[in-house]
Ligand binder design. Structure first.
Ligand code: ACO
Length: 333
């Protein structure tokens, strides 16, 4: 018998405020003091990224606030309450405060006084890192049920004068409940079958936030989009293939690719490299923009709600982000 970390619940939350692409060009109020008005267009944003709209958190609404709502939905989906959970692993680069972790804030807001909680910071790859860590906790017997969350408020680290970045990101949260279940040890089991994590700090300058503890300022996201793009397709297809190889599976066996939702051209390029048609890819980038670590759990939750992802389906998630950090998780839903 082999212990498998199996998905038994999923949920998500998106803040109420929806911003359509044209609002950046027409004049956008209520996000910062004053009006955001950029030399951009719906056509540019849509054709370069596939993004049509995104959600922004309300003033005072924090990453842990979004995460709690996603957790409540995931717990309801699993038919569980917070006391049934042993651990919380929360992927974010936009925690409410430098410390304590957003995960402990979620723990408190859920009324959970047992177990342990911590954040994982691997930017847009954060959710695959969090899932891999949660899997290790379960497989090693340290936790039986784990809430794995991706939650972000990237609107708080945007330079609203930089049209090359601020139109691309959004806020949101998604959560999974993982439970230890006994499997046969073959790739026919439900649960996490394989994962692959990578990073290469030589590329830290192409995607970073220019603030933090060393500057005393939160800072703004800076990105050389073309350079990140250049790395993305090759590294994403490669990490997905590595996870498949570890589980002795091939791309034809994948029912759903659930990629990090940064850019539809990266998503399509990766699917093509894997030899898979777009009708086997869950896409939410058009409605959410890039929500960094939240994008994969959001897409898993939306994909299930749409009736795309069903029990027994083989799902591969893959993501790349600042670091560079990238990776994939292969699981049977
Ligand atoms: N509206 C209009 N024009 C714009 C805008 C805008 N919002 N933004 C940039 N432009 C202009 C540029 O100034 C440039 O003009 P120029 O040629 O006169 O200099 C032109 O459009 C082309 O700019 P590029 O940056 O070369 O455009 P590109 O086709 O590469 O698309 C994009 C840019 C969408 C950022 C793309 O490079 C991309 O998606 N990169 C990857 C981003 C990504 O995947 N990030 C993942 C992780 S994110 C994380 O970890 C936090």
């Amino acid at each position: 018998m082999t212990t498998r970390a199996t998905v038994i619940g999923v949920g998500h939350y998106l803040p109420d405020r929806i911003v359509e692409n044209h609002e950046f060009a027409d004049g956008l109020d209520g996000v910062i003091d004053g009006t955001i008005k950029l030399d951009t267009s719906d056509d540019w944003i849509r054709s370069r990224s596939g993004i049509e709209r995104r959600h922004f958190a309300a003033a005072g609404q924090t990453t842990s606030d979004l995460a709690v709502k996603a957790c409540e939905a995931a717990l309801a989906d699993a038919g569980l309450v917070a006391d049934d959970i042993d651990a919380i692993v929360l992927a974010t680069s936009t925690a409410d405060l430098t410390f304590p972790s957003a995960a402990t804030m979620v723990q408190d807001k859920l009324g959970m006084t047992q177990g342990f909680a911590f954040d994982v910071q691997a930017v847009c790859a954060g959710f695959v890192y969090a899932l891999t860590n949660a899997n290790a906790l379960i497989v090693s017997g340290q936790a039986k049920r784990v809430l794995v969350i991706g939650a972000e408020t990237f609107s708080r680290i945007m330079d609203w004068t930089d049209r090359g970045t601020c139109v691309l990101f959004g806020d949101g949260a998604g959560a999974l409940v993982l439970e230890a279940q006994e499997g046969s040890g073959t790739n026919a089991d439900r649960g996490i079958l394989a994962s692959d994590l990578n990073s290469d700090g030589r590329y830290r300058d192409i995607l970073y936030v220019d603030g933090g503890t060393s500057t005393g300022q939160t800072g703004f996201l800076r990105m050389e989009g073309r350079e990140v793009f250049r790395h993305a397709v090759e590294k994403l297809a490669s990490t997905a293939n590595t996870s498949l190889a570890k589980a002795e599976m091939t791309a034809e066996q994948i029912d759903w690719v659930v990629p990090h939702q940064a850019n539809i051209r990266i998503i399509a390029g990766t699917a093509k490299k894997l030899g898979l048609p777009m009708d086997r890819v869950v896409t939410t980038v058009q409605d959410h923009g890039n929500t960094s670590a939240a994008s994969i759990p959001l897409a898993l939750s939306v994909g299930k709600a749409r009736g795309q992802i069903k029990p027994g389906d083989v799902v591969v998630t893959e993501a790349i982000g600042g670091g560079l950090a990238w990776g994939s998780v292969l699981l049977r839903w």
